[in-house]
Design a protein around this ligand. Structure first.
Ligand code: FRU
Length: 318
């Protein structure tokens, strides 16, 4: 069989042949260009999310995916989305740092006629084609029910709780709080001694919040953190104070390299899986680009990972 290079040389020879030879190695131009504005690329959950999206996109030669790193800053994300609009990409995906702060960028992209998909964290507008994420209210309720069980069961639960928030301006933190509070506030014997402390999803900030909480409260029974890195940060603070066995730690995300591992190691009592939406987003993006009608909202599942389920969970995800 004649390859492009030989063909080019045979055909034109000289310069024309060289030109063909040099572009012979290039991929054919993709039919659709996708721009994904990812809030940050440092946290392991984000890394997994972006990797699964890249892997899914790589299976479709029609797609060319560019991922912009928002560097955990709203302003950077706004300018990343604006750049995608200027480049006239065929579809924009965004996982926003904050809901209000990224609402305008989403509206402007939609107004420019580019389909927009919002992933994991919500915005304060309906001007997008689709949202994909887990139900954070449900996850909060599951965590709340789990905490009530750990503290003695419905109607009998007793204890002091520290709640460490993810970014307060984001929908997952707001919903994870709300669902949890519904279960906890129904228990007269349970008090949240620390609440509304924003650690912005970061392990080191949670460590500091927990260190202060430990100084202020001689007895703490349970820590609920809005993600696993913060739950682990709180655990490390308790450990450094020699008090880690006094209380239980609950987190959210459940990825095999972090939360599930920390459950297996005995640091966290449980974590609630928060599925990264990257692979599903690519399947849905293709449907939108092909002109299909897609649901406005796609919900990804969740499950609890604790001492009873962690081995099966890790085997399944290996
Ligand atoms: C990563 C992360 C996850 C969390 C999600 C919420 O940036 O903080 O740990 O579950 O974002 O949007």
């Amino acid at each position: 069989m004649i390859d492009r290079r030989t063909f080019g040389l045979a055909l034109g020879g000289g310069l024309a042949g060289l030109a063909l030879a040099s572009c012979g190695r290039k991929e054919p131009a993709a039919r659709w260009r996708l721009g994904f504005s990812q809030v940050t690329t440092t946290e392991p959950w984000r890394v997994l999310f972006s990797r699964e999206m890249r892997d899914a996109a790589a299976k479709h030669p029609d797609l060319q995916l560019t991922i912009a790193d928002g560097q955990d800053r709203t302003e950077k994300q706004v300018s990343d989305v604006e750049a995608f609009v200027r480049q006239k990409v065929d579809l924009i995906l965004i996982s926003p740092k904050e809901s209000a702060g990224l609402t305008g960028a989403v509206e402007a992209a939609s107004a420019a006629g580019i389909p927009v998909m919002v992933l994991d964290r919500g915005v304060e507008t309906q001007a997008y084609r689709q949202f994909i994420g887990s139900d954070n209210l449900k996850i909060g309720r599951m965590a709340g029910a789990y905490a009530v069980d750990l503290l003695g069961g419905k109607g009998k639960a007793q204890g002091k709780i520290v709640e460490i928030w993810g970014g307060m301006a984001s929908t997952p933190a707001q919903e994870r709080h709300k669902g949890f509070a519904e279960a906890i506030d129904a228990e007269p014997g349970v008090a949240r001694v620390v609440d509304r402390q924003d650690a912005d999803w970061k392990q080191d900030r949670a460590y500091n919040i927990m260190s202060s909480a430990l100084k202020a409260h001689p007895k703490i029974d349970l820590v609920y953190a809005h993600n696993d890195p913060m739950a682990y940060g709180a655990y490390l603070a308790a450990k450094d104070a020699g008090r880690q066995t006094e209380m239980k730690f609950l987190g959210i995300d459940g990825i095999p390299t972090e939360g599930a591992k920390w459950v297996k190691d005995g640091a966290l009592t449980a974590t609630f899986v928060y599925e990264p939406p990257g692979a599903e987003a690519i399947e849905q993006a293709l449907r939108i680009l092909k002109g299909e009608t897609v649901p406005k909202r796609i919900e990804l599942g969740t499950e609890v990972v604790d001492a009873r389920t962690v081995d099966a969970f890790l085997a399944k995800r290996a």
